[in-house]
Design a protein around this ligand. Structure first.
Ligand code: COA
Length: 182
């Protein structure tokens, strides 16, 4: 299986496909679970898919074709974050972990100054959290009640990280979570 990230042009040839992808899928663990056309178009206009902080890609699978969308965020911060969204028919098949590995390869290969790659998700997004663990990322923060939920109680936001040194060595280094005694 080969995954390729193909840079997309959100204001040019990829605009219609991007709006279609975002509006025909549901994203139960995102702030906007069912983005409307107006919301996606506003995000495009604001540069949320491509500006100095963001860059977006189609996720292409060598046998299945286009399986999803991937965005790098916080690019000027030195430690990029990401947003990964599989097209609904391709969820639940273990593709996420191949894509996350390809994403880390992309980041650490094309951005020599980056030493950390970061990701964040809701505590109840078990598929994403297991994907992080399967790919050797480690949990670095658990922000209790940090994720507002419309019409419900807030849930925790959980942060994971991957170091360049771990990507290079293939080994996951860890740290002592409670490193101070009181
Ligand atoms: C999150 C996402 C990228 C995960 O990729 P995926 O390929 O669909 O992941 P899978 O469903 O194969 O699940 C990964 C693992 O979690 C497990 N899992 C999934 N849901 C689970 C649940 N509710 N309870 C227990 N385990 C669960 C799977 O069994 C699998 O385990 P394995 O590694 O032992 O095989 C994908 O589902 C997606 O795009 N979802 C919508 C958008 C989203 O939430 N993106 C994350 C924002 S960063």
């Amino acid at each position: 299986m080969t995954i390729t990230l193909v840079r997309l042009d959100p204001t040019g040839p990829d605009r219609a496909a991007l709006v279609d992808f975002m509006t025909r899928n549901e994203f139960p663990f995102h702030m906007q679970t069912s983005p409307t056309r107006e919301q996606v178009e506003a995000s495009i206009a604001e540069g949320a898919f491509r500006d100095e902080d963001n860059d977006s890609f189609w996720v292409e699978h060598d046998e299945l074709g286009r399986v999803g969308f991937f965005r790098l965020e916080d690019l000027t911060d030195g430690a990029p974050l990401f947003d990964l969204r599989l097209d609904a028919p391709f969820r639940g098949r273990g593709l996420g972990r191949e894509i996350l590995r390809a994403a880390a390869d992309h980041v650490f290969t094309t951005m020599p100054e980056v030493i950390r790659f970061e990701g964040q998700t809701r505590e109840d997004n078990i598929a994403m959290r297991k994907t992080f663990l399967r790919c050797g990322w480690i949990k670095e923060a658990h922000y209790r009640q940090g994720w507002p939920v419309e019409g419900g109680d807030p849930v925790a936001s959980v942060a994971y990280g991957l170091l360049r040194q771990d990507w290079e060595s293939g080994r996951t280094t860890t740290f002592l979570w409670e490193d101070l005694e009181v």
